[in-house]
Design a protein around this ligand. Structure first.
Ligand code: TXE
Length: 480
């Protein structure tokens, strides 16, 4: 299947540059083509967005809200169809796409349909000076949204929904590895009555199409989710042009388990936080730190539970772990498993590719548990982004906190404990953007979402995203 760019409400071939192949990771075969868009396509998308902006930014909040709600409703109505497309394009289990990815894409639009009607700005009376200040929050204009392959429609819409709710027009690029559901979104937006040019979707490689969006002098804000290296590059390109930037990057998140926790709940959730979406979620708890007292028991129970996970064809409802997203990514993840020995680490479970009958060329890997001795090893310091977790023990709270923070990333952390004082001390002292206590990935879309340190800058979610996608202007009125 050949997909096209979505510009000014129409589906179009790229102006030049041709097409690139799109793979189905569950069988390792090409199943479609996507535009290899050039600078010219990005320019065309920009112009469509710029033309749509005066009218869209003056469209009432009630109308914007209604259109966003309609998009949400249409996504919900196409749940099975979109979930199948997502699973085929990404390799994720169909059950996950149905339960999480697609419902969340709908929720993103519904949430911002509501949020925009409640978004307000401040007024400050300058008492004694006969003046009043208020803040106008105006849409920026044309903004760029660039998203990754791990949660394709979920993260694409997490940026687009607040951007258009706030009155901006968008030039967006999904990952070239998982373009399908973004393509399908174009049709949905037309059906929902989104005016042409408000959203424009350009497909292609990061280094050309993505780069052209970031370099465009009149795309004044970039919201990006992806790898830390790419984020640093984007920051270097965008900084001299003083663009607003929101960067949600990698993670190496600690999952800190104390002996006083609710053990069964912790065990169940830890299997998910380790291997959901084949471990390809920036929030996965890839470093498991366990209090020494329960370390041996945890190890035994965790291995037993993980050994029951079914690796297999993503389109079968009972599959727990599907295919990794691409051959290159499978090789990258495998290369980390291969260094375990050099790092004095021990593979406790998994570590091998899996051959699925009739799907022999798919990118399957066993869930893998590696015991490490030293937090400074590469396995504990670098983002693997696959079904691989490390485990190590600690003795004291101080040691656990030190180990948790001793990494360049700072996206999220999970603590398992029933001790209130410890909960508060860790919540305050963990250098992360998110702390989960006795849970994992429980999301309330009103909360600020993002990371500290090399996990990025800025926050998405709730009113934070609406603040990002608007420019605050102070108006000071003097009166007699
Ligand atoms: O992501 P990239 P990659 C991590 C994970 C993974 C690593 C690399 O560790 O192994 O990043 O993955 C676009 N200008 N995460 O290489 O390249 C690209 O086309 C503008 C964590 O696949 O960062 C895609 O749309 N755009 C992460 C998007 O950036 C550019 C999720 C992300 O791709 C660009 C994914 C450029 N110069 C990977 N270069 C998370 N935080 O959830 C690339 N892109």
């Amino acid at each position: 299947m050949k997909i096209q760019n979505y510009i000014n409400g129409k589906f179009e071939d790229p102006i030049k540059g041709g097409y690139i192949d799109n793979y189905n990771p569950s069988i390792g075969e090409i199943y479609g083509q996507i535009p290899n868009s050039s600078k010219e396509d990005v320019e065309k998308a920009f112009e469509a967005a710029a033309n749509a902006f005066p009218s869209w930014s003056n469209t009432t909040l009630a109308t914007r809200s209604k259109i966003l709600s309609k998009i949400a409703e249409l996504i919900k109505g196409k749940l099975d169809f979109l979930a199948e497309a997502e699973s085929k394009d990404n390799g994720k289990p169909i059950s996950l796409a149905k339960a999480i990815d697609i419902p969340r894409a709908a929720a993103n639009f519904q949430f911002y349909a509501n949020a925009i009607t409640q978004f307000s700005s401040e007024a400050h009376e300058s008492v004694g000076l006969n003046a009043v200040n208020f803040t106008l929050r105006q849409p920026i204009g044309v903004v760029g949204c660039i998203s990754p392959w791990n949660l394709p429609l979920y993260l694409f819409t997490w940026k687009i929904a607040p951007a258009i709710a706030a009155g901006n027009c968008v030039v967006a690029k999904p990952s070239e590895i998982t373009p399908m559901t973004a393509y399908l979104l174009g049709e949905i937006c037309n059906e929902a009555g989104l005016p042409k040019g408000v959203l424009n979707i350009v497909h292609g490689l990061g280094t050309s199409t993505g780069q052209a969006i970031v370099e465009h002098p009149n795309i004044k804000a970039i919201s990006f989710t992806g790898g830390t290296k790419t984020g640093a590059h984007i920051a270097r390109v965008a900084a001299p042009m003083f663009k607003k930037l929101s960067l949600e990057l990698g993670g190496k998140n600690p999952n800190i388990i104390f002996a006083d926790c609710d053990y069964e709940k912790m065990l169940e959730t830890t299997v998910r936080s380790s291997f959901a979406n084949q471990g390809q979620i920036c929030l996965c708890g890839s470093r498991i730190l366990v209090e020494e007292k329960i370390y041996e028991k945890f190890k035994k129970d965790f291995i037993k539970k993980v050994s029951k996970l079914k690796v297999g064809n993503p389109s079968e409802e009972n599959t727990d772990i599907g295919a990794l997203v691409s051959r290159e990514h499978l090789e990258k993840v495998k290369s980390y498993i291969d260094i375990a020995e050099q790092e004095n680490a021990k593979i406790l479970f998994g570590g091998n590719k899996v051959e699925i009958k009739n799907f022999e060329n798919g990118y399957y890997l066993q869930p893998t548990i590696i015991e490490v001795a030293d937090n400074n090893c590469r396995l504990n310091q670098e983002e693997v982004f696959g079904p691989v977790v490390t485990i190590m023990s600690f003795k004291t709270d101080e040691e656990a906190l030190y180990l948790a923070n001793d990494v360049k990333y700072g996206l999220s952390a999970t603590i398992w404990t029933n001790n209130l004082n410890r909960t508060m001390q860790f919540s305050k002292q963990l250098h992360t953007g998110i702390v989960w206590v006795n849970t994992w990935l429980m999301r309330d879309l009103r909360t600020p979402f993002g990371g500290a340190k090399d996990s990025g800058v800025g926050r998405e979610g709730g009113f934070e995203a609406l603040r990002f996608f608007t420019e605050p202007k102070n108006v000071c009125i003097s009166y007699e």
